[in-house]
Design a protein. Structure first.
Length: 78
């Protein structure tokens, strides 16, 4: 499910509750940013650059915070 928020003029849909942000009406518009909870890969399939805590591919980044979580951020083509 999730909730729609407004952040710096962007529409953000999050499966995580974000009480610090302003809620936005869900008018059926597509979100500019989506936050989802799910499995994150150990490594990216295509790695262009990497260091011990981060990998960067063509259109995605994997951030590893040891003992906390792994985060991926990806951009849709276009």
């Amino acid at each position: 499910m999730g909730k729609m928020y407004s952040l710096f003029g962007l529409r953000l849909h999050s499966e995580i509750r974000l009480p610090e942000l302003f809620g936005a009406e869900d008018r059926g518009q597509e979100a500019d940013i989506t936050i989802r909870v799910g499995k994150t890969p150990e490594n990216l399939e295509t790695v262009k650059q990497k260091n011990p805590w981060c990998q960067a591919g063509n259109r995605e980044i994997l951030l590893r915070v040891d003992g906390i979580a792994r985060y991926t951020c990806s951009a849709e083509p276009g």
